[in-house]
Design a protein around this ligand. Sequence first.
Ligand SMILES: [Zn+2]
Length: 256
Amino acid sequence: MKLIDTHTHLPGTLFGESPRPVEDIHRQFEAEGIHQAWFFTTDGLIRDTARNNDILAQAVRGRTDMFVPFCTVDPHTGADAAIRELERCARTLSMRGLKLHPWLQAFSLTHLSVVPILKRAGELGLPVLFHDGSPPYSTPLQIAWAAEQAPGTQIVLGHAGLDDLTDEAIRACVRNPNVWMTLCGPSCGAIDEIVRRAPPERLLFGTDGGGFFQNLTAWYVAKIRACVSSRRLLEMIFHENAERLLEVAREGAREK
Ligand SMILES: [Zn+2]
C-alpha cells in the first residue's frame, strides 16, 4: 500500500543526533516503502531559522519526488519578519509547508504574530504542521483556537495529542474543519478512540522519522494495521488523506 509519512525530520546536531547525508535517508525511506515524506528541520526549531531553511531546501534539491520540504519561522521575530521569511521559503526555496513547534520554539499560541503567520501560510498554499501534545504551549485545543482564527489554512496536529491529550485532539478535529491529525505518538488504545470519534478523512500517517530512531516505519505501519481493521480507512490514513490535504491547501492559496 502506498505510504506517505507526514512527519519526518532532517537530523541536526542540537539533540545529540548524528547528522546524516540526505541520500542515506532517501535510500532508507525507499527501502522502507515510503513514497513521500514531509520533511522538516530539527536544528532550525532551536536557532538559525533562515540558515536551516536554506540547508533543508538544499538537501532536498533533486529529490522532491520523495521529500516535501516544510520551512519554519520564529514567531518571536515579529509577524512582519516571520512572514517575510515564510514568503522567501515559499517563493524562492519552493518549500511547501510550515512546521511550528511551540514547545521548542517557546511561544504561546496567543503570541501576536502567530495568527498573521498562519493566515499568510494559507494564502501561500502552505499547510501548517504543529508539534502538539506537550503542555504548556502545545495542547491541541490551543492550536485549535489558532486554527479558528485562520479558517483558510490547513492545520495539522503532528502528534494527535501524543497519548495524554488524545481527547483534546479529537475535539479539535471535530470542531474545526481545517484541523487534521497525524497518528504519530498515540498508543493503540488512543488510536482506537480517534478512529471511533474523529473525522476519518483528516487522519494522517507519520513517524517523526529521519534520524532519531531505527525501524520506525515498520513499527508504525504494524501499529496502525493492528489498530485499524478497515482496508478502506487504511488507504485513507496511509496516503489518500495526505494527498488531498496538499490539494486543499493549494486550492486555498490566494496568491502564488
Ligand atoms: Zn517533529
